[in-house]
Design a protein around this ligand. Structure first.
Ligand code: GLU
Length: 466
């Protein structure tokens, strides 16, 4: 088998969409599985809509997901000379031609065809043929270049995802391959690139299935070896409609900012549209060792935010505290809590360790961690419910004893025990009001551990509000 080379070819007309990220992941994993290479190509020929900001976001998303590419980013706009050379060659060989039909003429043809109940394809006015006399070249009209698509026959390929697909050449017309401004269209540039870059396997969204026959015909006209194609179904939102911006976050960066870990995203995205037995949680290495292009789903997958949270919670629980801390520090910053460097480096990891079992994102972790660093807002109703007159004497004893207590978990636990015994209380009767006072909520991890990490001064200050 020749070398496996895959690519992802996003258009920088917006962020990296989750669907494209998933295709990138499959392309990357496929190349890695077979010891091949993975290329990043930026398809920026839509000059009006392409932006540097989108390029930056795409690169950042790829970096975050850890989808390292072996070549690229290759920018199509830097390859215009190459496309021109290939177009000139096709024209010289009679496989492509200049078309001077104006938009008005094309509209008229389309309307006439529609009126006759025919498919609104180009009528071939400028297509050369043996013995045919072409119209006189009109003055002042800039031509496009069209590809001579075979008028008859069918295009068939065995799609890696969908199985055999056949589309009749009668369904498709002479595609414009170069616009009047000299810039090639997607269907042409993509073929020249996939050919030049010796791409062996193309994974992409199934919205491109209808483009594939044109591309295959162009490959053949160039005498190029065809890659294999695999068209992945769309991702649906939880309303069964195509996932879109209006229906929530669809960019990879939104999830990075929203407190997800890249390995969770990678795991979730991979599983969304592909399976390996009933494995739900797997590492990058496992994905690479399992992903051979089989077991890709033919039908659309549904985006499931709750499952993604579950996967993320799993990886947060597994993550090293020292790794979580800087991520949580960023989220704390968004809450207006900035930590001195030594606290962020030494104390925050301990807080993360205490809280990570109960958090499904680093945003949730930061919301909890904030209670250790910033003033807590105690809800008046909670205060009234838990910090009753009956318990206040015990709280006063606790504060007095804690003031003299060595500040470690075991000593704090011993003091709590003494206070319970002295006031004849059960643990929850004391622990709930203490939690409400020092954390602003009655549900926290184990009280001695929480108090230890909040620190003596803050604990005593907060208890004094009883
Ligand atoms: N630029 C195209 C897109 O973003 C690439 C499609 C392809 O992979 O061929 O949809």
């Amino acid at each position: 088998m020749s070398k496996i080379r895959t690519r992802i070819a996003p258009s920088p007309t917006g962020f990296l969409h989750l669907g494209t990220a998933r295709t990138a992941l499959y392309s990357w994993a496929y190349a890695r599985h077979f010891g091949g290479e993975f290329v990043l190509r930026i398809e920026d020929t839509d000059v009006a809509r392409s932006t540097q900001d989108s390029v930056d976001q795409i690169l950042e998303s790829m970096r975050w997901l850890g989808l390292e590419y072996d070549e690229g980013p290759v920018y199509q706009m830097q390859r215009l000379d190459r496309y021109k050379a290939v177009v000139d060659q096709l024209i010289a060989e009679g496989k492509a031609y200049y078309c001077y039909s104006t938009p008005e003429e094309l509209d008229a043809v389309r309307e006439a065809k529609k009126a006759r109940g025919e498919k609104a394809l180009y009528d071939g006015t400028w297509r050369p043929a043996p013995g045919k006399t072409l119209p006189a070249i009109p003055v002042g009209v800039k031509p496009v270049v069209r590809f001579c698509n075979p008028p008859e026959g069918e295009v068939t390929w065995n799609d890696l995802v969908k199985g055999p697909i056949t589309i009749s050449n009668r369904e498709i017309d002479d595609l414009i391959i170069v616009r009047t401004d000299g810039i090639p269209t997607y269907n042409f540039a993509v073929v020249v690139d996939d050919w030049d870059m010796q791409i062996s396997h193309v994974f992409r969204g199934d919205e491109h299935i209808n483009n594939t026959p044109w591309q295959i015909n162009i490959f053949r006209a160039l005498g190029a070896t065809l890659p294999e194609f695999g068209h992945c179904p769309v991702i649906l939102g939880d309303d069964g409609q195509k996932l879109s911006k209006r229906r929530g976050a669809v960019s990879v960066t939104a999830y990075e900012e929203g407190g997800y870990l890249p390995e969770a995203m990678l795991n979730y995205l991979a599983r969304l549209g592909w399976s390996h037995g009933d494995e739900e949680l797997f590492s990058r290495e496992q994905l690479v060792s399992w992903f051979d292009g089989t077991h890709l789903n033919k039908s659309p997958a549904q985006w499931d935010p709750a499952k993604l949270l579950w996967v993320n919670a799993h990886y947060i629980k597994q993550a090293d505290n020292a790794r979580l801390a800087p991520l949580v520090a960023v989220q704390l910053g968004k809450l207006g809590v900035t930590l001195p460097d030594d606290v962020a480096a030494n104390h925050l990891p301990l807080v993360c360790g205490l809280l990570k079992d109960r958090c499904d994102t680093t945003v949730a972790l930061a919301t909890w961690a904030a209670k250790f660093y910033a003033d807590v807002q105690v809800d008046a109703a909670e205060l009234a419910q838990h910090v009753t007159d009956a318990v206040k004497p015990a709280l006063a004893t606790l504060a007095a004893k804690l003031a003299d207590c060595a500040w470690d978990k075991a000593s704090i636990a011993a003091v709590i025990k003494e206070v319970l015994a002295a006031h004849g209380l059960k643990m929850p009767q004391l622990a709930m009001p203490v939690r409400v006072l020092v954390m602003g909520t009655a549900q926290t991890p184990s009280l001695d551990a929480v108090l230890e990490l909040i620190g003596k001064t803050k604990v005593l200050d907060r208890l004094a509000k009883a």
